[in-house]
Design a protein around this ligand. Structure first.
Ligand SMILES: [Zn+2]
Length: 245
């Protein structure tokens, strides 16, 4: 990629920046998604592995699936895409990361002001009363119980569940106030989070989309980069770094 991709002269260190990230950002760390299960998990319906009904019917299976995913995440690490996001964040005084990923890689890469719309796989909570429960790494694979008697589950948003309202409200506020919005590695098909890029465009932000495939939002973006996150973000960081003062 050569030449400048964005009208950086419009922006300063005070410009407000929102990153909205999805599975495509972690794909280059080797983290697969629900829509692309691999190996021994292919035979299961995602609803069996990631829904409240699935957990009630077979908690051991669900915990095994999450233990497998956690191990995959711990055996890998944030990639240059996560790191470029962190580096771009440091160029601006006011930026946030809204992520649909549950792997915690944005924090591992050094990003700040992260809102995890779909929770975090390394955290746990009670299935009944939602109280956060701290588990040691070795205890995550077996069934644990809250003091109230409820089963302990991963603190992630499952199919059929609502996103945390306070987090979602903050996300929409940040998006409606931002000057630059980047939607990265997300198919913009899962609502209500998929509405965020449209909200950004309607609020007047400069909107950049990074995704190897076209999405329902692509035609609305000011700049649509059909590239994997690592390459595109590293180019954007160079542009911002050279031109933002
Ligand atoms: Zn409880």
């Amino acid at each position: 990629m050569t030449g400048q991709l964005i009208p950086t002269s419009q922006f300063t260190r005070d410009s407000r920046v929102v990153f909205f990230t999805g599975a495509g950002v972690s794909a280059e760390s080797g983290i697969s998604t629900f829509r692309d299960p691999d190996g021994l998990w292919k035979k299961y319906d995602p609803m069996e592995l990631a829904s409240a009904d699935g957990f009630i019917q077979n908690p051991a299976l669900v915990l095994e699936w999450y233990a497998w995913r956690r191990k995959m995440i711990r055996n890998s690490k944030p990639n240059e895409g996560h790191i470029s996001i962190c580096k771009i964040q440091k160029l601006f005084r006011n930026s946030v990361v809204l992520t649909q990923n549950v792997d915690g890689y944005h924090a591992d890469a050094g990003s700040e002001s992260i809102y995890e719309l779909h929770g975090n796989i390394h955290r746990h909570k009670c299935f009944l009363c939602s109280t956060p429960v701290k588990l040691k790494v070795g205890d995550e694979e077996k069934l644990n119980y809250c003091e109230c008697g409820g089963m302990v589950r991963p603190d992630v948003v499952w199919f059929g569940e609502s996103l945390d309202m306070a987090t979602l409200k903050t996300a929409f506020e940040k998006v409606s106030e931002c000057d630059i919005f980047m939607t990265i590695g997300t198919s913009t098909q899962i609502y209500p989070a998929a509405q965020l890029p449209f909200e950004a465009k309607n609020s007047g932000a400069f909107v950049i989309e990074i995704n190897p495939e076209p999405t329902p939002f692509s035609k609305m973006a000011h700049l649509s980069l059909r590239r994997p996150a690592v390459a595109a973000l590293s180019k954007l960081y160079e542009d911002f770094h050279a031109n933002i003062s």
